[in-house]
Design a protein around this ligand. Structure first.
Ligand code: SF4
Length: 357
């Protein structure tokens, strides 16, 4: 069965993002220092805090940390924003991350740096088609990845991140539930393999992770026999099969600190290398290949929508208070139920693992 995955819309949005990014003027060191100073002052004036994803420009990640903000995955960003006292959250990431922050922090103003910053997974699952998918499988529990719109989260029973997806689905399987999964088919396949759950999968992909190539990775591994291969589970199954560690962005960063290997081949967005080099400066990092010999790549291991977040746009957004995330309150409330279900599960699960009940 083929589900509506909006391929044309994804292609157009990718091209728009690539074209917009190509127009960005690089900053000199002097210009960047001046801009950073101005942004720091605006953050204070506007009672705002910056939360950044691991995939955005390293200068934004550094600025978030220098100003009392946060760098992490989408859910950690939203949780940090909820607990922080600032009235305004500035999200350096993509649109669904801004929406997740708003779901958890309705009383705050949530701004994103570019309102064209989409995600191929989010775009692949428009609410009407996803709703029809749910209607076709009324006997299944709908579990969706965090990389979805607020409307899709509102229609789902559970929202999960890559760090907890396997645990949640395992728990549901043990309750005798059958799963409807959206939107990432590779992550869905990985979860199915790990849990043995009965799952039907939506046919979406992340354009960055989907581009990693197993054959070229095998050649690279031969060149670096001491390397450990770190793979995000949004990658194709044959790439995951070659991994030493499979996991969320946080788990992959942690692996660079705990594994003894001097070299890491990294199959996820190359924005993560900034944090990996910070936490493990004495090791070597190599991007996993996105094309075999003579091949080409479009995303080339970097998300075109994540690349839309820049220091220049941060200054504009702070100055003008643009790009506010606004959600319908009924949708937000329903999306909150599915999101909080995961957060409560995580608390119970983490506590249990550490012997605290
Ligand atoms: S890296 Fe992939 S999953 Fe993340 S925002 Fe970009 S397209 Fe979406």
């Amino acid at each position: 069965m083929t589900y509506n995955i909006n391929e044309k819309l994804i292609w157009m949005s990718t091209q728009n993002a690539l074209a917009a990014n190509a127009k960005q003027q690089p900053l000199s060191d002097w210009e960047q220092a001046k801009l950073v100073k101005r942004i720091k002052s605006l953050l204070l004036q506007k009672d705002a805090v910056l939360v950044a994803h691991y995939y955005v420009d390293g200068a934004l990640q550094d600025l978030a940390e220098q100003t009392g903000g946060f760098v992490g995955d989408s859910l950690e960003m939203a949780r940090f924003g909820k607990l922080h006292p600032a009235k305004t959250l500035i999200v350096a990431g993509v649109k669904f991350m801004g929406e997740t922050a708003k779901i958890l922090s309705p009383e705050k103003r949530v701004l994103i740096l570019d309102n064209q910053a989409e995600c191929s997974l989010d775009l692949s699952a428009p609410i009407e088609a996803f709703s029809a998918f749910c209607d076709q499988h009324p006997d299944r529990t709908a579990v969706v990845y965090a990389n979805t719109s607020a409307a899709v989260k509102a229609r789902a029973d559970w929202v999960v991140t890559s760090s907890i997806a396997v645990d949640v689905v395992n728990h549901l399987k043990n309750q005798g539930e059958k799963i409807l999964w959206a939107p990432d088919k590779h992550l869905g396949h990985y979860i199915q393999q790990q849990t043995g759950a009965d799952m039907v999968l939506w046919d979406g992909t992340c354009i960055v992770h989907d581009a990693f190539k197993a054959t070229a990775l095998a050649t690279l591994k031969e060149q670096y026999p001491d390397a450990a291969v770190l793979v995000h589970p949004e990658s194709p199954a044959d790439v995951i099969a070659m991994a030493d560690v499979v996991g969320s962005t946080s788990k992959l960063i942690q692996a660079t600190q705990t594994l003894p290997n001097p070299v890491f081949i990294v199959a996820t967005d190359n924005g993560i290398l900034h944090k990996m080099k910070q936490v493990t400066p004495n090791k070597t990092f190599i991007e996993a290949p996105t094309a075999g010999a003579g091949g080409t790549c479009e995303s080339c291991a970097h998300c075109p929508w994540m690349a839309m977040s820049t220091l220049q746009k941060l200054q504009q957004v702070l100055q003008n208070q643009d790009n506010e995330i606004v959600l319908d309150e009924a949708v937000r409330n329903k999306a909150l139920i599915a999101t909080e279900r995961m957060m409560q599960f995580r608390e119970r699960h983490v506590n249990k693992k550490h012997g605290v009940m």
